[in-house]
Ligand binder design. Structure first.
Ligand code: ATP
Ligand code: ZN
Length: 288
């Protein structure tokens, strides 16, 4: 008998919607309502723990959950302070992309971090960065509203998460150095290749299938036979297109799975190289 899989995801916040969407697109039916902390899948032997994102690395490290979805920033900060955090990222999920960056007030003359005071919710990562770069500076830990600290005189600059930059703009701050890029990741205490539970292996393959499909497009077009090579070279991230002869005019249909974005510019280039009736279709799932 296969044992049950437990997955920890964020209950509310920036990771929740995309984490839920990934599980549902992977075929796990479940519903989350109200203050529920545990959701049981109705069609698979899977429990979903709905928790704060900060608790996810330790729930997975302690074995309470087999898998978890969390930002690389949270995992890295916790792993840098606590040796009991043994969970590692096993798959990048492509959502909740942001970066941990240093920022200073627009009118600040600050040129280096040397001897400055930095306010952050990520003190371990900032201290690691400073020691790696031999910079002597003070780090103060602030849990929320880090953006205010330079204005109330407790810090010269901050190190905080930035995605669009709108929060920095709204607080008259300007970013000047990136400490790390981050996105949501799937975490486990066991490396992907060493996972022995077949139902977990299959579930990770489904996650990969959903992530790959999100970026992939299926392209269909018609072309003269003598343009096949030129056109195939223009198809972004396509391994081996299918060529099907058309009944008339020495023409072929070319079908390809493009694993990279297909922009209007690409389509225009295909057209100017002799392609016609170009269709770009979304791909829902891929199983390699
Ligand atoms: P919780 O209540 O679960 O502790 P939280 O307030 O700590 O939630 P959120 O603000 O929901 O966390 O952010 C969760 C994660 O989303 C972050 O750790 C980060 O990986 C990612 N993220 C993406 N963009 C941003 C951003 N602009 N600001 C903050 N986090 C972001
Ligand atoms: Zn949190």
């Amino acid at each position: 008998m296969q044992s049950k899989i437990t997955i920890a995801i964020q209950r509310k916040g920036r990771l929740f919607e995309s984490s839920k969407k990934l599980l549902i697109k992977s075929g796990i039916n479940f519903s989350t309502s109200g203050e529920k902390l545990l959701a049981r899948s109705s069609n698979m032997d899977i429990d979903i723990l709905l928790v704060r994102d900060d608790d996810i690395p330790s729930l997975v490290s302690k074995g309470v959950a087999d898998l978890g979805i969390v930002g690389q920033n949270v995992l890295a900060e916790q792993a840098a302070t606590n040796r009991q955090i043994t969970a590692k990222s096993i798959l990048k999920l492509g959502f909740s992309k942001c970066k941990l960056a240093f920022a200073k007030p627009l009118n600040s003359k600050l040129r280096s971090l040397k001897n400055k005071t930095i306010a952050t919710s990520y003190p371990a990562l900032v201290k690691k960065y400073l020691s790696k770069n031999n910079i002597n500076a003070d780090v103060i830990k602030i849990n929320g509203s880090v953006e205010l600290t330079p204005y109330i005189g407790i810090a010269d600059c901050i190190c905080d998460l930035v995605s669009s930059g709108a929060t920095l703009d709204a607080n008259n701050l300007i970013e000047f150095k990136t400490l790390m890029e981050s996105e949501a990741v799937l975490i486990s205490t066991v490396e992907s290749k060493k996972i022995s539970q077949i139902n977990i292996i299959n579930l990770i393959k489904r996650f990969e299938g959903v992530i790959n499909a999100a970026e992939s497009k299926y392209v269909m077009l018609n072309a003269q036979s003598n343009a096949i090579d030129k056109i195939c070279k223009l198809l972004p991230g396509a391994d081996s297109p299918t060529i099907i002869p058309l009944q008339k005019d020495n023409k072929v249909a070319i079908h390809a799975l493009c694993k990279e974005p297909v922009f209007w510019e690409t389509m225009e280039k295909l057209k100017s190289n002799g392609a016609s009736s170009i269709l770009v279709l979304p791909v829902e799932k891929i199983l390699n």
